[in-house]
Design a protein around this ligand. Sequence first.
Ligand SMILES: Cc1cc2nc3c(=O)[nH]c(=O)nc-3n(C[C@H](O)[C@H](O)[C@H](O)COP(=O)(O)OP(=O)(O)OC[C@H]3O[C@@H](n4cnc5c(N)ncnc54)[C@H](O)[C@@H]3O)c2cc1C
Length: 338
Amino acid sequence: MTNRSLSLLTAYQRKDYWGDKMVVVYSENQKLACEMLSKARELSAELNEKVTAVLIGNGKDQLSSELIIHGADKVVMTGASLSDLKAEEVSDLLCALAKEEGAGLMMIGSSKDGKELAARVSSKLGVGCSTDSKKLYMRDGSICSERVVFSGNGVAVERFTSRPAVVTVPPKAYDPLPADVGRQGETVRKELPYGTYGSRTVKVDPMLSEGANVEDAEKIVSCGRGFKNSADIKLIEELAGALKGYTLGCSRPIAADLKWLSEDHWIGLSGHKVKPKLYVACGISGQVQHVAGMRDSGLIVAINKDANAPIFKVADYGIVGDLYQVLPKLINAIKART
Ligand SMILES: Cc1cc2nc3c(=O)[nH]c(=O)nc-3n(C[C@H](O)[C@H](O)[C@H](O)COP(=O)(O)OP(=O)(O)OC[C@H]3O[C@@H](n4cnc5c(N)ncnc54)[C@H](O)[C@@H]3O)c2cc1C
């Protein structure tokens, strides 16, 4: 990280501070909440604080048990159904909880909704906020957060000089702790106050989806503008088929501009962040915005006809060649072996 990073130091100067009794974890995405709990446990041990997870809605006993066996000491259920609540209202609930119980650190899942919430919560509480934190740790008694900035060209190191600290955590930053089925915790229902707001949802446009789940994929074969037309995508599907168990990914132009694939395949800064064991990039130049979404992949293989393409800087293995010649040979070779 260091050789391509620019280190920045942001110090939050706010001095008034009204409590640090617990680390609060919230995400509408249960899997992400469990991932954050593992980091929350580690930090809470250093801070000597309890970990409280928040669930919005009623009748979520099973989710609550899951949060406890993955590290929560306490689960607070509050509010009505999440789909009936606006971001303003959910942020009110989280602020009320933070004030009532005394939060020292609030970890919010870095989804689109989560980032909006974190901004609202930190602004309402008048405290600092660090979004998309890839690393969280204590240094000299302060909470520090590291996050990728400038489209992947730098790493900002941010130190909270007051608490509570609000951070958002992206998926896959931490592995969840193994489920400890014997772990005991408390689940409480709290009616917390929230305001009345004038905003209303006028229209919801469902995102077009082909059901691809690149974020959870262990192996991804990805295509970029090196493909001349949409019909040629079948080549990459054939490669994915030959390799078995692969999920199809793509660069932004393929999903956003050309619309050859739906947005759930789109990987990068403004698309999905992925961390597969293997990432095969075909005809992708490797601009920082794409690399920002796949740089954490285990093994990266790139096929590009331009030997100077930036993708080769992050690739573990590179094939310099025309993908229209390389892919059929690769597919045949894999088929012959398997
Ligand atoms: C704010 C912002 C956010 C963005 N977010 C994202 C994002 O989330 N994800 C993303 O991907 N991009 C994103 N972009 C766009 C990004 O900057 C690049 O434009 C994009 O990643 C390029 O896609 P590409 O590599 O498919 O195409 P290109 O950059 O056009 O690269 C095509 C590559 O294919 C190679 N090639 C061509 N023909 C062949 C062939 N026959 N055989 C082998 N190789 C061949 C070329 O050498 C070239 O390297 C964003 C941009 C901005 C400004």
